[in-house]
Design a binder for this molecule. Structure first.
Ligand SMILES: Nc1ncnc2c1ncn2[C@@H]1O[C@H](COP(=O)(O)OP(=O)(O)OP(=O)(O)O)[C@@H](O)[C@H]1O
Ligand code: SF4
Ligand SMILES: [Mg+2]
Length: 353
């Protein structure tokens, strides 16, 4: 990321109350048979729908005021986990607690409040903004419906959200296509802020933008964090982006969390060989190259993940045990967890062999 990003002035607020607790959460998707598969199945061939374990028994706690970065290669389950955390996708197994309460057990009013308090901001604002609505309508619709402002107050309320997101309210009668990519992302942010959320799930929210615009939007997220005491789950395939924002980083590989630690620890003492290869791929100079260029080997198919440690076919340190036994996510230092059999070897000391 460009050096123009402000490091958050807010210290890690890890002592805050638990906002989200993800406990043993999994999400599976079944891949429907194509026409050829259906015909073969009808003829008696042993073909069944395949199941993707997009998220596999994940535990994650996010405390009020924290910014947690969620990182991993394409298809590892980041968006699926983010959508479950935001409450827009139910888990197949496990529990997600919002401020200590299971959302599935909440009644109408309480469930609606929890839904509004967690908002998601996507990569492509164009596809999530109704092209036929003016910006004022896009931003003002939900707060009006949910009684967060009155019709008489609406214009002033919309102006305030636009200003907060760095948009000039003079443009509120325009349509989304009349704005640039960065401004459209600001419209998405203003729309999310308009329902007074406490928690934002940002899913690759700057990935589609030019580097200089990325920095502006990331700075906006950090300013909003300070102003509104927001909590974030910040999803990115790019460790370099989350470095500048996050208090804590969670690394996923094929549906499983493989490492979790304070951001400084990840960059200074990454324990897991996968995290180490991601770090080797983060350019430390201004000009950014593709982030995953040096993680060796193809990403295996999530439909048929490798046995034992999913990372073993690509891991330079793999040994026999890795091929047969799933490593446990264990604490290697206070607040630092890693899922690697190397940590059970004598004298390993949590460092690469
Ligand atoms: N609705 C769905 N139906 C079927 N499979 C799905 C669905 N959503 C996600 N998957 C599968 O689940 C796995 C995880 O997908 P997900 O989108 O969560 O990954 P990701 O880490 O966000 O990837 P990317 O970086 O490309 O956005 C992938 O194999 C994907 O194909
Ligand atoms: S468990 Fe084995 S294969 Fe997996 S990351 Fe550790 S050393 Fe590599
Ligand atoms: Mg995704």
């Amino acid at each position: 990321m460009s050096a123009t990003i402000e490091k958050p002035a807010v210290p890690a607020q890890a002592a805050g109350e638990k906002m989200i607790e993800v406990v043993g959460v999994s999400r599976r998707f079944s891949k429907k048979l194509d026409i050829a598969g259906k015909i073969l199945a009808k003829l008696g061939a042993p073909i069944r729908e395949e199941v993707v374990h997009a998220v596999d028994k994940v535990d994650l706690t996010i405390r009020k005021g924290e910014v947690v970065g969620l990182v991993g290669e394409s298809g590892c389950g980041k968006s699926t986990l983010g959508r479950m955390v935001a409450g827009i996708l139910p888990p197949s197994d496990g529990t997600i607690l919002w401020k200590g309460k299971d959302r599935t057990g909440m009644g109408g009013k309480e469930a609606r409040a929890a839904m509004l308090q967690a908002q998601m901001i996507f990569q492509d604002p164009m596809s999530s903004l109704n092209p036929r609505l003016k910006v004022a309508e896009i931003i003002g619709e939900a707060p009006l419906v949910h009684g967060l402002t009155s019709r008489a107050e609406l214009a002033r309320y919309v102006d305030e959200q636009m200003r907060r997101a760095g948009l000039d309210p003079a443009f509120k009668a325009r349509y989304p296509h009349q704005f640039s990519g960065g401004q459209r992302q600001r419209i998405g942010i203003a729309r999310a802020l308009a329902v007074q959320p406490e928690f934002l799930v940002c899913d690759e929210s700057v990935a589609a933008l030019d580097v200089s615009i990325q920095a502006q939007i990331l700075n906006l997220f950090m300013a909003l964090r300070r102003e509104l005491n927001l909590t974030y789950l910040f999803i990115s395939h790019d460790l370099g982006v989350v470095e500048h924002l996050s208090d804590r980083v969670v690394i996923m590989y094929l549906g499983r969390v493989v490492e979790e630690a304070p951001t400084e620890t990840v960059f200074a003492r990454a324990n897991h060989p996968y995290t180490q290869s991601l770090l080797a791929a983060v350019p430390r100079i201004e000009a950014r190259k593709k982030a995953f260029a040096t993680v060796k080997g193809e990403i295996p198919s999530p439909l048929n993940p490798p046995s034992g440690c999913h990372f073993h076919p690509r891991c330079p340190h793999a040994f026999d045990r890795c091929r047969v036994e799933i490593p446990a996510l264990q604490e290697v230092a206070p607040g630092h967890k890693s899922r690697c059999h190397l940590n059970d070897l004598p004298n390993h000391g949590g460092q690469p062999v």
